[in-house]
Design a protein around this ligand. Structure first.
Ligand SMILES: Cc1ncc(C[n+]2csc(CCOP(=O)(O)OP(=O)(O)O)c2C)c(N)n1
Ligand SMILES: [Mg+2]
Length: 574
């Protein structure tokens, strides 16, 4: 016999969970006790990472899963800790990232009827009617463990949900009495709850897609998160190169195509302009994208043949969604692209047409890269986001992973990083700010041999709870470099207001350099926060000539001294 808490830890270990990102409370004695026992007796168990903030804990599990595909555990305190997961839960859900969240629940007995019965005042305060309801809009599966006797089965089933496409967070909770229950070991094995195998296209439809594709003069792929699977990128390259199909990324959260390829036509974000490649396209294959374009201003022409392949084509968590696709498929990008590539082996292809098209896209792509190079030139004595990113790029090797939470500089960062390897750049995939610091910890725990660099807005740095992040980073030795694109405030909400009220009071006030509620003047000492909480190398960079020496020192701190570095780089005021 052992406790249900011990069975839970054993189940996590057996399921391949390496880390428990934990913020503890009165609900966790059985778990803390069984981890201490495992450590004392040499029994294998996941490693507990103490996380002073829940959002950071979940962001760390998010980053870990993005680079490994594997859900880690996040342990939080009853309903309070669940609430404190905050926007990180939104990010994991929207980014379709697998994570297992476990929360305790207030004990359900109050007179010592069972081990674990209430003995602290707060257990009356923290008892709520619908704890699982707090997360239900964001998790793929939620349940309460009512006995320790099938706790392993329940953990394996929750992980099966988390790891099956569309992937996402799952939530389990259990009261203290349940976790304290003495239970016999259960003969359950995670192999009996395998994730669902990837879906393919119906074979009869592959020819239908090709009928339009082979007729097209300007075929285009639009994608955002296909690159979460590097093998899907390989298949996409094979298809696009064979048929000379252009590739446009839309708010990419992964590297979906090598940026130096002649078929790569760049990325789009919120720009209120019609994208030329999208306008010219007569065939558009949307693969794995939540927002392939924003149709008010930017969309394909009416006559374009649009096909849509996605792990989540219905966008089941989005109340409003539609693109005018002829056919829609729920399929795994790698599988579907491989089917298309196999079909291609026997298709009749007009090689002249392909030559013409390759040359056309290569011209567009070259012009784009030349324009980007021009933008990287420094003029005057203000550091521009393009210049900054180009300087960072010089420090990036094949073992570097960049985390992008650049907000209004998101697209600029992608443009000027010019990532060419899948996995080299990640974004959260969600819309709740503050992912980057925690995610860097998770990425570094998953890939200790990689260099991790976060590029973040100043607002997003504050959202990321840097005091917690840098304390964890030092404690668990996950050094990374964080570069703050400091425009002294929130530029995005200013853009939003000016887009709707271009000549209103706010716009006029902004033109007079008055604050409309978005400025951080006087700004905090951002890098000082990291130095104080985690001993990070800290530097403020205000002038262009200071940038490269500071970058070199910061890289040295991360790679040689193995400590975090934060560069607070001042850009033009928002
Ligand atoms: C948790 C959360 N709160 C608020 C917002 C709204 N929001 C979107 S962008 C933004 C500004 C971010 O500031 P910063 O990181 O400095 O980037 P900048 O806009 O200056 O480029 C805000 C507040 C959000 N997306 N998420
Ligand atoms: Mg800012």
């Amino acid at each position: 016999m052992y406790t249900a808490g011990a069975a839970l830890i054993e189940a996590l270990h057996e399921a391949g969970v390496s880390f428990i990102f934990a913020n503890l409370g009165s609900d966790h004695p059985a778990i803390v006790e069984s981890l201490a026992e495992a450590s004392a007796t040499g029994r294998p168990a996941p490693r507990l990472i103490t996380c002073p903030n829940e959002m950071v804990a979940l962001s760390a599990a998010h980053g870990f899963a993005q680079v490994t595909g594997r859900a880690q555990a996040v342990l939080v305190h009853v309903e309070c800790g669940t609430q404190a997961l905050a926007g990180a839960l939104h990010n994991a859900a929207k980014g379709r990232v697998p994570v297992l969240i476990f929360a305790g629940a207030s004990p359900f007995t109050q007179e010592g009827e069972m081990r674990g019965s209430r003995n602290e005042f707060v257990q009356w305060i923290q008892d709520v009617f619908d704890q699982r309801g707090l997360v239900r809009g964001y998790v793929k599966y939620d349940n309460e463990l009512r006995t320790g006797r099938n706790i392993k089965q329940m953990i394996f089933r929750a992980l099966q949900f988390a790891h099956s496409d569309p992937k996402g967070p799952v939530y389990l909770m259990a009261a203290r009495e349940v976790l304290e229950e003495d239970v016999p070991p259960a003969a359950a094995s995670p192999e009996n709850w395998p994730p669902i195998r990837p879906c393919a296209l119906p074979p009869s439809e592959v020819g239908t897609i090709f009928a339009d594709l082979l007729k097209a003069r300007r075929p285009l792929v639009v994608t955002s998160y296909l690159g979460r699977n590097p093998d899907a990128v390989m298949e996409l390259i094979r298809l696009c190169e064979r048929l000379a199909i252009g590739v446009l990324e839309s708010v990419p959260s992964y590297v979906n195509y090598p940026a130096d390829a002649g078929l790569y036509l760049g990325n789009q974000w919120n720009e209120p302009v019609q994208n030329r490649a999208l306008d010219e396209a007569d065939f558009v294959l949307v693969i794995d994208s939540d927002v392939p374009w924003i149709p008010m201003i930017n969309k394909p022409r009416k006559s374009a043949a649009i096909y849509h392949i996605d792990v989540d084509p219905l966008k089941e968590q989005m109340p409003l969604w539609q693109i005018p696709a002829r056919l829609v498929f729920r399929a795994d990008a790698e599988e579907a692209l491989r089917q298309l590539n196999d079909y291609l082996d026997n298709a009749e292809i007009d090689e002249e047409e392909i030559k013409e098209r390759s040359a056309h896209y290569a011209r567009l792509s070259k012009a784009r890269r030349e324009k980007l190079l021009l933008a990287e030139r420094l003029e005057g004595d203000v550091i521009t986001p393009a210049y900054l990113t180009a300087c960072v790029k010089r420090h990036i090797d094949q073992d570097t992973i960049v985390l992008n939470e650049g907000i209004t500089n998101f697209g600029t960062i992608i443009d000027h990083l010019g990532a060419i390897r899948s996995g080299q750049m990640l974004a959260s995939g969600g819309g709740s700010l503050g992912w980057n610091g925690g995610a860097a910890i998770g990425v570094k725990l998953a890939c200790p041999e990689k260099t991790v660099i976060c590029l973040t807005g100043d607002g997003s740095y504050m959202f990321s709870v840097p005091s917690s992040v840098h304390w964890i980073a030092r404690r668990y030795q996950t050094p990374f470099l964080q570069i703050i694109y400091n425009n002294r405030g929130w530029k995005a909400p200013k853009f939003s207001t000016l887009a709707i009220h271009p000549d209103g009071y706010a716009a006029r006030a902004a033109r007079r350099d008055e604050d409309i509620g978005v400025s951080f003047d006087p700004p905090p000492d951002y890098s000082g926060i990291a130095a104080a909480s985690g001993g990070a190398f800290a530097r403020i960079v205000r002038r262009p000539e200071e940038l490269n020496p500071a970058l070199a020192e910061a890289m040295n701190a991360v790679r040689r001294e193995r400590r975090c570095a934060v560069l607070d780089v001042w850009l033009a005021h928002l």
